[in-house]
Structures are given as C-alpha cells and as structure tokens.
Design a protein around this ligand. Sequence first.
Ligand code: SAJ
Length: 406
Amino acid sequence: MKISIVGLGYIGMPTGILFAKAGHEVHGYDVNPNVVASLNAGKLHIKEPGLQELLDEVIAAGRFTASTELAPADAFIICVPTPFQEDKTPDLSHVEAASQAVASAAKPGDLVILESTVPVNTTRDTCARFMPEGVLVAHCPETVLPGNMIHELVHNHRVIGGATPKATEAAITLYQSVVTADIHATEAATAEFVKLIENTYRDVNIALANELNMIGGELGLNARAAIKLANLHPRVNIHNPGPGVGGHCIPVDPWFLIKSVARAPILAAAREVNDGMPERVAAAALRLLPDKPRPRVAVLGLAYKANVEDARESPAVPLMKRLRDRGVDVAAHDPHLAPGLHGNAEIESALHGADLAILVTDHREFDVASLSKLASSRMRKCLVLDTRGCLDTAEAARHGLDVRQL
Ligand code: SAJ
C-alpha cells in the first residue's frame, strides 16, 4: 500500500519506518523542513534503540521518503502532537490542520487513521468531518513506550475504532501487516476513551505511590519497602514513587478527560499530587542543605524518565526553578541529553563543590560505584537525595556515599 505519514515525530517516524519495513511504500510528511532533511539524509532526529538500522534498511530499499508536501496515498496516518493550553484544555489545532491537509489529498476509498491521543469524539468532530464523501476514518491510538518502541509497535495489542464499521475493518487489515498481537475492534469514541484510560490509570497509580511515600515519611516508615511487600499480593500493583511524572502523555492525557466532564475528583487529585512533587523534592532538598548563602545542588538527570533523551514536562525543570527561587545555586547533568539543554553540563562540573546531589532520573549511568567515586573527588559533601529509590543505601554507605531516599 501507499501510506502517507502525517507528522514525523516520536510516533509518526517509527510508525512510518515500521510500515516501510513491512513492505509498504511510505511517504513521510512534516511541516518542519529540518526533520525532513535529516530523515532524507538517513539520520534520525530522535534517538530510539534499533531504529537507525531500520531507517537505513528502508531507505536503501527505496520504501521511505520524506518531504514537506503531503503526497497522495491509499492510507494516511496522522501522528501530530496534542498538547494542552495554559488552562489545561486540549489544543487540537495540529489535528485540525493535519486533517484538513489530508482532506484535500484523500479520495473516496482512502483510509485515514488518527493515531494522536485525543479527547473523546475528536476523530468524529475534528478529523472525519473534513473528509470528502467515501473516505474511511478510524482512530488507532499509539501505545508505545519510548525506549522500547520497535518491540511495542509490533507486539502490543491495539484497539481500533472506526467512524464506521467499514473503516474499522480497513484499518485492522492495514495494522495487521505490522502488528503481530491482537487487534481489538470498537468504535472511534471508545478507542479514544481506552487510550485516555490507560495513561490516566498510570497517573493515578503513580500519584497513589507518591502519596503513600509521603505518608510513610510522616509515619517514620519506609514506604518503598512497604509497597514492595504489598505488591506481592496477587491483585496489588502499585507503581514507584518518584519526583513527579513527565513526558508528553501521562501529565497531559488525564486533562482530556477532566476537562470534558463536570467532575472527575480522583483524576484531578492525582494531577495535583504528581504536579506537586517537584515542590516536595525541593523542600526535602532544602532540609538537607547547610544553612549558608547560596548552597550548591547538582541535579542528576534532566530527562523525564530513565534512559531516554526526552526532557518534555520533566519534573527536573520545575524542581530546578523552585530551588533557584530559594537562592540555591543549581547545576545539572544528564548523560542522555544534548549539552546545554536545560543547563546540561558535564557531570564533573555539575558535581563540583555541591553540597547535595539530587538524583531525579534513574538513568543506568547513575550507579553507586561511579557516583561515589565522582562525589568523593568533586562534591563538598558526599550526600545524595535519591528521588527514585534506585540507589542501594547500604552499598552506597560502604562506598562512603550518604544516600537519602525521598
Ligand atoms: N513514573 C513514575 N513511577 C512509575 C512509573 C513511571 O514516577 O512507577 C514516571 C516516569 O518517570 C515518567 C512518567 O511517570 O516521568 C511517565 O513515564 P511512563 O514510562 O509511565 O510513560 P511514558 O509517558 O513514557 O509512556 C506512556 C505509556 N503509557 C502506559 O504505559 C499506559 C505508553 O505506553 C504510551 O504510548 C505513552 O504514554 C503515550 O504516548 O501515551
């Protein structure tokens, strides 16, 4: 099939590459000429394990091209961002613009898939409504985890909801060429709801973990150890407490539900707890800092989660702001991010003279052995606030590193 991918970002780019790998003729369309130039030159603009090899392969096979013009195709897959606005209401302008562009290129019998995560009824109201008569429209929400995309694109089960049963069927046939797991048929609005439920579940669960961690702190108990024991129960699965949630999905998607109904108190409370975490971390850090003008803190990890190079909505950013607002001298290091981004410095200079290091992201590089070595030669005091509970405090103590868990 001829497939046009609309939007070559975190989802569109790997999706397009995998459809090309499966034998389709894929044309990627993006409004950003830098992204297009980079892909046509065979260079990924977003790092993802294993993807460069696949891009090389599909380019060599002549099955993947990109441009700033939308090419005619049999199927169009829309993968554009759906951020929220200042007041947390969804910004659907990219979906609308992409749908209108596709509407002007699509002919009867073509298939249009909306993959972007959207509020309920967006497929109908902001995509299908622009399409010419006879164009089939379906929602097929992406479910991939950054860092494990290639595997998950192929092996995750998918939910596909068409604007009509015929559209559902056509979309399932297309995705069966790439997805080996089950594909579940439903209608568009339910598919939209399912995707929002998945990420909301995670947000609420993480908020619960964070709240339990705070309760444990107040009661003088190790909540992480208690959660581990509670999770041994066959029907309990509490996530890990941390510095707050980041990324482009979990802190955003629950708002699509909250803002579309009169009341959603649990969802709203979860957002409040998780968004409040950077403040909690800042307060915990201040308690560990010496009482002196401009104490120095090294933030370790700027990415929103382990082993990715993505800092969108990362809790590290509000945390650093809060510390600076209170007169703390803050430096930061992230081995996965470009130098300079959010003040990203070399680890040696970030730790230099620091009174405290705050481990924000549990990157694989931050292990006790290397941290203790660097800390002893660089830091003023070998003290770490571990917001992820990923460092072994006893092992750290043996290495002369004082690790306090959030
Ligand atoms: N986090 C915790 N504690 C945990 C797990 C995660 O604090 O126990 C934090 C992470 O550090 C991070 C945030 O939550 O800051 C989100 O990370 P994540 O790994 O839960 O999710 P994302 O945003 O990378 O990807 C999610 C995935 N959704 C689910 O797992 C239900 C992915 O499958 C979706 O495709 C993606 O959102 C999306 O695009 O919607």
